[in-house]
Design a protein around this ligand. Sequence first.
Ligand SMILES: [Zn+2]
Length: 531
Amino acid sequence: MFEFATTMKNLLKKFFKINKLILFCIGIVVCLFLLEDTVLLINKFHSNYPILGQQLNNIPVSNRNQQEIISFIQSQFDQNIPLKLSINGKKYLIYKKDVGAKIDYNKTIANVYTPGRTGNFFPDLITQNKALFGGSNAQLQVSLSKSLILLTTLSIADTVNKQPQPAMPDFKKNIFNTIPQKNGIKINSTAISAVIDSYIFVPPATAIVIPTQIISKKYRAYDLNAIRKQALDYTSRPISITSGGVLFTLTPSDLKYLLSVSEQVDPTNPKQTIMGLTLDRINLVHLLAPYATEVEAATHAEFNEYDIYPTIYSQFYTNTRRVVDVPIGARLNSEVLGTSTTATQSGEKIVYLTFDDGPNIIYHPILLGILKEKNIKATFYLVGANSTDYKTIALRTISEGHAIGNHTLSHLNLSTLSSNQIIYELTTTNAILSALLGPGKKITLFRPPYGGTNSLVEKDAAMLGLKQKLWTIDPKDWSEPSTTDLINRVVSNVHPGSVILMHSNHFATVKALPYIIDKIKAMGYLFKTQE
Ligand SMILES: [Zn+2]
């Protein structure tokens, strides 16, 4: 993944040297047929024209209603008739096999119909392409957009670069069924860079083949029945969690949903691997996102997503389960929230985009690219330790005109610390960040991790010349919601003076940000940095 990201980074650097990029777009769809050879399908679209010009079988998308479009696409495929898609006269045929068994209705509504009606520009072209080809297929698009190149390439890494999977019980349906072992598939990142490179100025006349390789692995023989037995044992009893006094129970079926089989080092022989049961972290945050909302509504404190996994994990293997307590940040200061900006009082249409927890090597630079492209300035609350590790990315954040603030040295919940510890976390970070700002400049903004604050934290921060800044909109991007969900969670809550909390270390944020900006702009808002 890092090798891949580095290659893409080098490629990106190259693009920065180009002043005017030629308008074009190539869509490449990589269809995976698991357990068979990989079949690569290619599609390309010209992006000079808004999506409003999109036609399905000679009728503009914008002239049809939602249900009609969906039924139409499905009926064509049901009859094995290819779909004729055209953009300003350029025609493309899409066959059922390109899409998979069934089109994804929700994606079609969100990504084909809506952009077709509203005439949104380039990013919608990409998602529309994706939607038409179904959620199960991975794809790559090369676009004029610097940030989107990296974005869509990472999207491939997400969906195509898969590790081989061992055979495992079907935890979700019937534990006595076995899901067979699967090969992995990997994109050859060096070769793909060369492909993108050679076509970046001129759309290819013929299909590009994206180089991939199948990775297969021999797993050590193991007793799947033993894993089944273990799974039944581990999931037979619920695990209860409280956080801020709100109770949540992971039922046996929740626990089964969270299970997967993974390779682990044999503790008795480090040269060998054994198969073990693990909890799926992504599924866990998905499952707990609604609960986190409930906890925060009840407590006005941030749910601590960083602690949830180890807390649940520690209970998973124990025979004596108890009700586990997930710590939360201290209460959010309602006064700070209520008067977070003067704009709130005057009703000026201003919003503040804020990104916590950076810098990091992958998603943070992509966010910077998107902000640059959209000409938006935001506020980044940087973690001191990360700013030392990724100094050049922190410097880039500053040089591109964004505000930066103190988010502590090591992302601790300050409300649980002594005054000495609080001051250490804040002063070390102030020193690191001030040095990046340059001579004579001081850090004045501060955001406590998890919103964990109390009168002591506020007093110490004020003594160091730091203004505590919280937020008014928390879309929980850390739970990796769908792009549509994340956009809605932000956009539907925007008011004059809103402070939007997001994070610069999540793929979900990267995917949703271009749309969030466009939609808020369209509502007549200006974006400002916090002061
Ligand atoms: Zn944070």
